[in-house]
Write a protein that binds this ligand. Sequence first.
Ligand SMILES: C[S@@+](CC[C@H](N)C(=O)[O-])C[C@H]1O[C@@H](n2cnc3c(N)ncnc32)[C@H](O)[C@@H]1O
Length: 387
Amino acid sequence: MDLFKPGTIRVTCAPGLVDYLEREIVELGYSVNSKQVTGIEMTGGLSEAMRLNLFLRTGFNVLYLIDEFSCASPDELYGRTFDIAWEELIAPDEYLSVVSSVNTPTITDWRFASLKVKDAIVDRVADAVGSRPDSGPQREHVVIHIYWHGQRCQVYVNTSGRKLADRNYRKIPHKAPMQETLAGGVLMAAGYDGSMPLVNPMCGSGTLAIEAALIASGRPPGLLRSNFGFMHLKNFDDEPWQAMRREARKVRRKSPLAPIVANDIDANAVKAAERNAETAGVRQLIDFSVCDFAETPIPEECGIVLLNPEYGERLGQVSELEDTYERMGDFFKQRCAGWTGYVFTGNPALAKKVHLRASRRIEFKNAKIDCRLLKYEMYQGTRRTVT
Ligand SMILES: C[S@@+](CC[C@H](N)C(=O)[O-])C[C@H]1O[C@@H](n2cnc3c(N)ncnc32)[C@H](O)[C@@H]1O
């Protein structure tokens, strides 16, 4: 089985991020064949898959299609997957995990489909080479994805393994951290490209500031990870991958970069953010401090100020937050003239308390919550604003 042969690659993403994922894929020089709510299909082989794993900021998993068939029952699923030459892809001493997305009247539990496919793969390898790979839920080695919707079943190798949102730098999550891929999409939506200052009060564990620093310094997020699913495929050749990583390192932008300022009122949050930034190798690019957002040090040159406040799940919390949102509006007016302000929130009623007119409302989802990135233009005289 030749995984370098151009075939179908499906890149998955969280709901709300597909337009940003498409933009990234096109900027990497690929054409998009089709686009769904949570993914994009394009043409490519293992080289393209490796490159996507290295560079994408908003994608979840890079899947390479190895077979596709019509399937009406679990036994048929076993038979059709047993027919695939798994011994060419998976060594008998490997560890394997199967993940399924199932929407078919035949079965109700996706775990049953995963079990059938796992059995077929290990039986096939055992028949071919005499011993069977180990298997389980961990996604650190070979990962196979099954999409079985209606009568159509697709079998993919997940070349990412663990999802790409797990960049490896957030060792200390603190409370309500934003997922790294969402932070990447929010920064893209805000037009952040690293050329202008970014101020991120309420930084929490630092995800937005760290993702911004990765963008500003031209570091692809995949450089932070040493493990991907494709590395565990039989006959994986490390040399082209290392060459790709060396090339990626060369495009790094050198300092001085536009300032990135991050703070939080909670000293533990800032400590966590600093440690995470250290792990990501961007600690020196971010000016951290502990303070109320209203006291944020604002750089001389205008840029983007991006707030991700809590949005409260209980009534009491919401009424406490009303004052914070009102003060955010005051902060924009009094301290951020000439800047472009953004508020990322999942609570439209609280957003109204900012008492400023948003010039754009960009839709996002955070887990299952509908969120908005609200844009506020804080005009002032001749100071430069970011568009
Ligand atoms: C939703 S969390 C931000 C999560 C962050 N984006 C991340 O990825 O970890 C909101 C943060 O606002 C901080 N915060 C709340 N009130 C604040 C205030 N008055 N000034 C500064 N930070 C505040 C909280 O400590 C919390 O860390």
